[in-house]
Design a protein around this ligand. Structure first.
Ligand code: ASP
Length: 492
């Protein structure tokens, strides 16, 4: 097993997990059952559960034969239904508990179990993420000859992040206007929704981000895993250590270097479990996802995937080729364990330890560049998310108005999406939450988000791997413009 390259092992894990999940979903995803008599509430004759991946129904028959129903329908087509089990859990915790215990199909039961097992792998990655960011950033800064070098790298990185995110949004807007999924995809929902102003919300979000860069208590930020706070404090700590110089540098540099070596070795050990972790995560998604919903949202999904594809396979590789002067294929292969983990975990933060390790040990990126660009990228550079948000908002606009948003509104979408994507955290579904700001900026009712909720996990997986891919390409670009050739730990 160890002689097979890691990326092939991970790919095999992914495919195996997906195949097993699909098989479960095709064979044992239907179940009809009932609550045992001793668990029935007073006045109730029977509680029945009907589970299938596309729909869940709970029926409660009272002694006077009146019936109450709770339905989970991810397509959102059934009136007064819940669109996810999570929303059922929040509103009807007892119903949810009973369903989990007595109503789940085998596919759902095994899928939930796999999520817990795959979660163990993600927990390990999260365990090393915060100490890795701190030691990596501090050693990166302490490795600089002069503090001004950091300034150049900062400006270059930020320019790359903003330009590629804008390009990503433009690709998304182009696709959604060409394909027009909300018009060709049928089921228009033309409302007279209230236009709400969002200037306050957007400013609020940006201000919150700015505030997060100045943690009032860095230890609390470390404990709670606030990436932006941790990054800014670590950078400042490194910068001021350099400015103080002398004994501070003599003591702190070897300390942080030693700690980083230990954490890197822990990360490498965790990476060996990656194929297994990815297998369980894929099994969970494919066993519990209803496929019916994909048909109703096929046009929308095609548009998001096409835009993601153009950005990942044309725009970013062109930047790697022409600007960073590297072979995009080789670079992608070197980064593939991180990209595949981002795909199956739907979280840039969880993939970050792998992204750091792959960039330095497989792609030949210097520690100085990798340790600076990647943690910052995982936190604020979200090309995939930006594409998804722009397409989704214009799609919702098409459903709502019956035509595409006018140019002036699409320009608002362009800039609001740039800011919203910067504010999106590197965790699952965060992009969906931040989309509210963009919807409001063009006066679209936020409830229409419910229509795209059901396919969010799958699109999240795809957009997260593009987020990480763009961070990695950023490393290659910044590396190219480093004044001197920096040492790397790349294996031949
Ligand atoms: N899951 C994405 C990420 O971690 C964020 C998003 O929801 O778009 O990068």
């Amino acid at each position: 097993m160890t002689s097979i390259p890691l990326h092939w092992q991970i790919l095999a894990g992914m495919l195996l997990g997906a195949a097993a999940g699909l098989m479960l979903s095709a064979t044992v995803s239907q179940r009809q059952s009932s609550l045992p008599e001793e668990r029935l509430p007073a006045g109730v004759r029977a509680v029945e559960f009907f589970d299938s991946t596309n729909r869940i129904e709970i029926r409660q028959v009272a002694r006077d034969d009146s019936v109450r129903r709770w339905v989970v329908d991810p397509t959102g087509r059934e009136p007064q239904s819940f669109t996810s089990l999570e929303s059922l859990r929040q509103v009807e915790p007892q119903r949810f508990e009973d369903f989990q215990r007595y109503g789940r199909s085998w596919a759902r039961w095994l899928g939930d179990g796999s999520r817990r097992l795959g979660g163990l792998f993600l927990r390990m990655l999260q365990m090393v993420a915060v100490p890795l960011i701190v030691t990596s950033l501090v050693t990166g800064v302490l490795g600089l000859d002069r503090v001004e070098q950091l300034g150049h790298m900062f400006v270059g990185t930020l320019t790359y992040f903003i330009l590629t995110t804008l390009l990503a949004i433009l690709v998304g807007l182009l696709m959604v206007n060409l394909i027009q999924p909300g018009i060709h995809g049928g089921q228009q929902i033309v409302h007279d929704g209230e236009a709400t102003s969002t200037a306050a919300n957007l400013a609020e979000t940006l201000l919150t981000q700015l505030e997060a860069m100045i943690p009032t208590n860095p230890f609390a930020a470390l404990a709670e895993g606030h990436f932006l706070s941790i990054i800014s404090f670590s950078l400042l700590f490194g910068i001021f250590t350099l400015l103080v110089g002398g004994r501070s540098v003599e003591v702190l540099r070897p300390f942080f270097e030693a700690a980083l070596a230990v954490l890197m070795s822990m990360t490498m050990a965790i990476i060996r479990l990656c194929p297994l972790g990815v297998l369980f995560l894929m099994l969970y998604v494919t066993a519990t996802q209803g496929w019916e919903v994909f048909r109703s949202l096929a046009w929308y999904m095609t548009t998001v995937l096409a835009a993601l594809g153009v950005h990942a396979l044309v725009v970013l590789p062109a930047i790697v080729w022409f600007v960073a002067r590297r072979s995009p294929g080789k670079f992608a292969r070197a980064m593939s364990p991180a990209l595949l983990t981002a795909f199956s975990s739907a979280s840039s933060n969880s993939a970050l330890p792998l992204t750091l390790a792959n960039a330095q040990q497989r792609a030949g990126i210097s520690h100085r560049v990798g340790s600076f660009v990647l943690p910052l990228g995982a936190t604020i550079n979200m090309d995939g998310t930006a594409i998804y948000q722009a397409v989704a908002v214009v799609y919702i606009g098409q459903l709502h108005h019956g035509f595409s948003l006018p140019l002036s509104q699409q320009i608002i979408v362009l800039f609001t999406t740039l800011l919203a994507s910067i504010g999106t955290a590197g965790i699952p579904h965060a992009g969906l939450v931040m989309m509210v700001i963009i919807l409001q900026s063009v006066g679209l009712p936020i409830e229409l988000q419910g229509l795209i909720l059901a396919v969010d996990r799958v699109l999240d997986m795809c957009r997260t791997s593009i987020n990480v891919w763009s961070d990695a390409c950023g490393c290659a670009v910044i590396e190219r413009f480093q004044p001197v050739k920096l040492p790397s730990t790349a294996q031949p």
